[in-house]
Design a protein around this ligand. Structure first.
Ligand code: TPP
Ligand code: MG
Length: 891
């Protein structure tokens, strides 16, 4: 066929397009959407056969996913809801403005909640179920810096007083002012989940939703229509944690999970995707992962315009504007919009000829239209078979006008002058008089007002106020007969590692009739590393769909068994996901009223170092449970080298206030600590958790010395004394974990040089350090009273001789307690980068083997003039100590 001249070609194409669209309309009119899909599929197949390669498109047009025809009218009293929302907006703003007026630089955020108010209010009035709904109570992760809005609502609800609002970010005032962000540690009756370290909450929400299924499938929680909601910022989705596990949510068909992404197109510094479209980008990512994506881009005012857009010109125009330009539209007037947006094509201009510039400016975006948001939530809670993400277009700083609406500075806006306040008041119709406006007073209508009654009635019918944190799980004090006893006896000649001991202890705990079912073992693809594969068969690996295949090792005893009621959470290679499961399980005593006892065992180096911020959030969330750093110890883990050998984690655990970190050497130490932990956390309600490093070096486990239990928990006890012998020179040797064995060997070697030594097992320098500071602080504040003696001083200050401490961790570990011992402490540790080597070579390299313990002891004694220098020289020669060897710290 002859090529047509361009104008004719365009006309022909337009005609053809029209015909195809008419045909589609005809089918649509018959009301059969399935037929439409089949037609499109058939066309696609035909084109493909003819060699047409349509570009991959994971996105849908830049319009709302839910068409006006699919919408239902919004229930409730929309006018009242708007008034309530306006009051909340006002109080949230006043809270931040007043706090910053009073204390310059105290901070807070206005513009985030201003953009998210409708997203929250529709939830509060129609969807979020409170704790009175029992097992159906929703689990909600609030965007951290939207907290002023959440407080402002609680104020209207009568749950927070005006004083609380006045004391926003002044937590140390007598009222116990409200905290900056959601922190359960600080407001344990209010917040449930810490969310402000961005990216953590979406990941925690996914694993929370999955954990709910786990509880249900294992019969620990009644199945319900409970939802897990996570409210995120669009900028937040740049955090790798935010999107990193979305495929799991789809794979697990978590239709109990709803993400609401507040797409205000801005983050802190400026636009999220100035040159692109964050909504489309996220749609592609989530659709690709198998999520149900609901876009809420345009408000109801656009419905008619889109209805009239028979040629798709408007939809096309909507899709070609980049976010930076859309942001610009927020700050410009209607004339600008007419020129820049509508002016692109005379036919577009025609579409809005009947609208004034003012009307154009008033065309809302979807996230500020309750009807659109309501319908999106309604569709989300009804959707089955996949999680839902709602991408809601909003305006950052909505309603702030000149003070920041849509501006790049808006995230940081904390102050407003009188004119700005007046503008905001007028915009939202807050009944505050001109003469009071400057002071930004909080506003709460009378208790009997229609607004307050409505707001309370709505919450009552939805199961009470949210957020609210309550602990419903009863305290448990399991008897645990026989679980621990065998470990106190020692292994009687048999060799074992502390990891093997732990696995045995865990299996025994899981067999316990009382608490066995509550144990949640969590592994990130390391079960075989830790010798836990026997659990695969005995308790099964959790799989929401059971096992659809016959495992390759079916004919072996320990085959890979997946089961719907499987107990192990085998997370695959994701420490971030695993720790999120651990947090979900470790907070279930509050979230779900179930005392699950999680044990997350991971490759030690990839714990505190890799997912430290989650651990911090776990502490804030009052998580209970056990963390096990496996294959730990810089020199105990042989062969693996620099990236794997952990000498850091105990130091990294120290700052976490609720974390009790232990470096046990022997089976009975491990048993004592775990028994104590269960008692403290689940019996006495301690809001903390326990971290234990376990190793893969095998050696004989001795029986527990009498009376050692108390010291094991406190962090130090005498393992083997000098037996009352006296000599010219004495030493106190402290060892931890596998290095304790080196210290025991050193004790024997020192005997040969005329030095009598006591050996102490230092199970936790962190606990000793905290205890010492507690005592010191008390003494400082009570100068007239009998001083308290730190436990470490009680143990060591009167013990004779020099003190030498060795561990497989940083030298700073024993250094932290050195000053309470009353004399210098020589510390040996593993500062520096690891090496691929065997244990003996590693311990020589890091100077923590028995030889170096002896050398350090003798050297210290010589310096103290307690032995002759000649003894040291001889010993160095005997032990082949090289004084000029390279410093492992920097070599
Ligand atoms: C891990 C982390 N990094 C940085 C911050 C600091 N921060 C707080 S809010 C914010 C911008 C948030 O933008 P967005 O997620 O789009 O939320 P919006 O306020 O726009 O709703 C930043 C960078 C943080 N809270 N957490
Ligand atoms: Mg944003």
């Amino acid at each position: 066929m002859k090529n047509l001249a361009p104008p004719d070609a365009a006309a022909l194409e337009a005609l053809e397009t029209r015909e195809w669209l008419d045909s589609l309309d005809y089918v649509l009119k018959q009301g059969d959407k399935g037929r439409v899909i089949r037609l499109l599929e058939a066309l696609r197949a035909r084109a493909r056969l003819a060699g047409v390669r349509a570009p991959f498109g994971a996105t849908t047009p830049y319009i709302n996913t839910i068409s006006p025809q699919e919408q239902v009218p919004m229930p409730g009293d929309n006018t009242l809801e708007r008034r309530i929302k306006s009051m909340i907006r006002w109080n949230a703003l006043a809270m931040v403005v007043r706090a910053n007026r009073e204390s310059d630089g105290i901070g807070g955020h206005i513009s985030t909640y201003a953009s998210a108010a409708t997203l929250y209010e529709v939830g509060f009035n129609h969807f979020f179920r409170g704790k009175d709904a029992g097992s159906s109570a929703d689990v909600i992760f609030y965007q951290g810096h939207a907290s002023p809005g959440i407080y402002a609502r609680a104020f209207l609800e009568g749950r927070l007083s005006e004083q609380h609002l006045r004391d926003f970010r002044h937590e140390l005032r007598p009222s116990g002012g409200v905290s900056s962000y959601p922190h359960p540690w600080l407001m344990p009756d209010f917040w449930e989940f810490p969310t402000v370290s961005m990216g953590l909450s979406p990941l925690m929400a996914i694993y929370q939703a999955r954990f709910v299924r786990y509880l249900e499938n294992r019969g620990l929680k009644e199945p319900s229509d409970q939802k897990v909601w996570a409210f995120l910022g669009d900028g937040e989705t740049d955090e790798p944690e935010a999107l990193g596990s979305i495929s799991l949510a789809a794979r697990e068909k978590l239709d109990n999970l709803i993400f609401v992404v507040n797409c205000n197109l801005q983050r802190l510094d400026g636009p999220v995707r100035g040159n692109g479209q964050i909504i489309q980008e996220l749609e592609a990512v989530f659709r690709g992962a198998g999520w149900n994506v609901i876009k809420v881009i345009w408000g109801s005012e656009w419905d008619q315009l889109l209805q009239n857009d028979t040629d798709g010109l408007l939809v096309k125009r909507m899709g070609e504007i980049v976010d930076g330009e859309y942001q610009r539209y927020v700050v410009e007037d209607g004339a600008y919009l007419r020129k820049q947006f509508w002016g692109a094509d005379p036919r577009l201009l025609d579409m809005v000829r009947h609208l004034s510039d003012d009307d154009l400016k008033k065309l809302r975006v979807g996230g500020h239209d309750p009807v659109k948001v309501y319908n999106a939530y309604r569709a989300a809670v009804r959707h089955q078979g996949a999680p839902t993400v709602i991408l809601a277009r909003t305006i950052k700083g909505y309603g702030l006008g000149e003070a920041g609406e849509g501006k790049n500075i808006t995230h940081q806006q904390k102050k407003m002058n009188e004119a700005d306040l007046r503008h905001f008041r007028d915009r939202f119709g807050i009944p505050i008089s001109d003469d009071r406006i400057a002071e930004a007073p909080f506003y709460r209508p009378d208790e009997t007002s229609a607004e307050i009654r409505y707001l309370k009635e709505r919450r009552q019918s939805l199961g009470g106020f949210v957020p609210r944190r309550i602990v419903t799980a009863p305290a448990i004090t399991p008897a645990l007969p026989d679980v621990f006893d065998e470990f106190f006896k020692g292994t009687e000649g048999r060799k074992a590692s502390t990891t093997m001991v732990f696995v045995r202890l865990l299996s025994k705990l899981m067999r316990d009739r009382e608490i066995g079912k509550l144990v949640v073992p969590i592994v990130p693809d390391e079960a075989r590393t830790f010798g836990m594969e026997s659990l695969f068969r005995s308790v099964g690996i959790y799989s929401s769909i059971g096992q659809l295949y016959e495992p390759v090792d079916m004919d072996t005893l320990l085959y890979y068994k997946e089961a719907k009621d499987g107990q192990i959470l085998e997370e695959g290679i994701t420490e971030a996901g695993s720790i999120s499961s651990w947090i979900a399980a470790g907070t279930a005593y509050a979230t779900h009223g179930v005392n699950t006892i999680p044990f997350f065992i991971f490759y030690s180096m990839f714990g505190f170092q890799r997912v430290g911020d989650f651990i911090w959030a776990a502490a804030d969330a009052r998580t209970r449970g056990f963390l096990l750093g496996g294959t730990a110890g810089r020199t105990t883990l042989a062969g693996e080298g620099l990236q794997h050998q952990d000498g850091n984690s105990h130091t990294l655990a120290l700052p976490v206030p609720t974390c009790h970190a232990y470096d046990p050497a022997f089976a009975y130490e491990l048993a004592v600590i775990i028994r104590h932990g269960i008692r403290r956390m689940y019996g006495e309600g301690e809001p903390g958790f326990y971290y234990l490093t376990v190793m893969n070096e095998q050696y004989e486990m001795p029986p527990m010395p009498d009376g050692a239990a108390d010291g094991i928990i406190k962090g130090l006890y005498r393992f083997r004394g000098a037996g009352g012998r006296s000599a010219k020179a004495h030493a106190q040797l402290l060892g931890s974990g596998a290095i304790l064995n080196e210290v025991i060997k050193a004790q024997e070697l020192l005997d040969g040089y005329g030095v009598v030594a006591d050996v102490w097992s230092a199970t936790s320098y962190n606990e000793l350090y905290r205890d010492a500071h507690r005592a010191e602080r008390w003494n400082l504040l009570h100068p007239a009273e009998k001083p308290r003696v730190p436990y470490v001083a009680q143990c060591l200050s009167d013990a004779p001789g020099v003190v030498v401490a060795a561990s497989d961790y940083l030298k700073s570990q024993p250094d932290t307690i050195a000053r309470w011992i009353g004399r210098p402490v020589t510390t040996l540790g593993t500062d520096g980068f690891g090496r691929s080597e065997d244990r003996a070579a590693l311990r020589n390299f890091f100077e923590v083997d028995a030889r170096h313990v002896v050398a350090a002891t003798l050297s210290s004694l010589a310096r103290e003039k307690q032995i002759d220098q000649k003894v040291v020289t001889k010993a160095f020669k005997d032990l082949e100590i090289d004084p000029d060897k390279a410093d492992p710290t920097i070599s």
